[in-house]
Design a protein around this ligand. Structure first.
Ligand SMILES: Nc1ncnc2c1ncn2[C@@H]1O[C@H](COP(=O)(O)OP(=O)(O)OP(=O)(O)O)[C@@H](O)[C@H]1O
Ligand SMILES: [Mg+2]
Length: 240
């Protein structure tokens, strides 16, 4: 369903930054992969290529055999309908209520009011936030804002869900709660990619892992616990 073929992405800043370097891997429909790697490894860049926020500098990113980098502009909204994204920085609109934040993609798609209400309330219920529907994102705790961001992705009933550091700012109990929800969403058939440097979460769930470092795939997909333990050992040193 998803495949990267020698995908490279460079950013031009003062110098050329090679954020992804010859990345190749593929996933089947219904797979759940972790993307593990330290800060700057290229996790967010990988996700941005998938929803065509960026084009690869070279190589290909395919979804169902279609080259996403070559998609005509007018087809991008249709691609994005199929993909839910939980952004690393949430990207919530502070001048809208929680309900409105979750409803936006459905409004843009032209769904009717009844359908929007039904789906938004169901998504808020899934993340246990129905009682906060009229609040402003600024009034929410970090974990709550995280869950609004998740509801906004879920409301689209996406085929593919991308979550960028979804447990980064949460205490362990909340992180487990969010991960259990991803697990449940995946069991219902959604393909999931979760970027994280939270090795505790990765260890708790038996999903394949792609390990990135300096934009390169250094291991994976793998769920070999020996390997993972070795990586976590190194990683723990790196983050100090
Ligand atoms: N818009 C940009 N302009 C220039 N360089 C960028 C840009 N976005 C990312 N980079 C660089 O590309 C590399 C990969 O960044 P990316 O955000 O994909 O990493 P990440 O794995 O998501 O990191 P983190 O765990 O901190 O979120 C880094 O060196 C980063 O500084
Ligand atoms: Mg990132």
């Amino acid at each position: 369903m998803i495949s990267f073929h020698n995908a490279c992405k460079t950013y031009q800043h003062d110098s050329t930054i090679r954020a992804l370097d010859n990345l190749s891997f593929s996933m089947e429909k219904g797979d759940f992969y972790f993307i593990l790697g330290p800060s700057g490894a290229g996790k967010t860049t990988l996700m941005r290529l998938l929803y065509r926020d960026l084009k690869p500098t070279s190589g290909q990113v395919l979804i169902d055999g279609r080259n996403i980098g070559k998609l005509p502009e007018k087809e991008i909204p249709y691609l994005r309908r199929r993909i839910g994204v939980v952004f690393q920085d949430f990207k919530l609109l502070n001048d809208r209520t929680v309900f409105e934040n979750v409803a936006i993609s459905l409004l843009v798609q032209g769904e009717d009011k009844y359908e929007i209400n039904r789906r938004v309330m169901r998504a808020l219920d899934q993340v246990e936030l129905t009682d906060k529907r009229d609040m402003n994102p600024r009034q929410l705790a970090g974990g709550e804002a995280q869950r609004v961001s998740m509801a906004r992705a879920l409301v689209k009933e996406p085929e593919i869900l991308l979550a960028d550091e979804p447990t980064g700012n949460l205490d362990p109990a909340l992180a487990d709660n969010i991960m259990d929800q991803f697990d449940a969403i995946n069991r219902r058939g959604t393909t999931l990619l979760v970027a994280t440097h939270d090795y505790r979460t990765v260890q708790r769930y038996d999903f394949p892992c792609i390990v990135l470092k300096d934009g390169r795939l250094i291991e994976g997909p793998t769920r070999d616990p020996h390997h993972l333990r070795a990586f976590v050992g190194n990683y723990r040193e790196e983050v100090k």
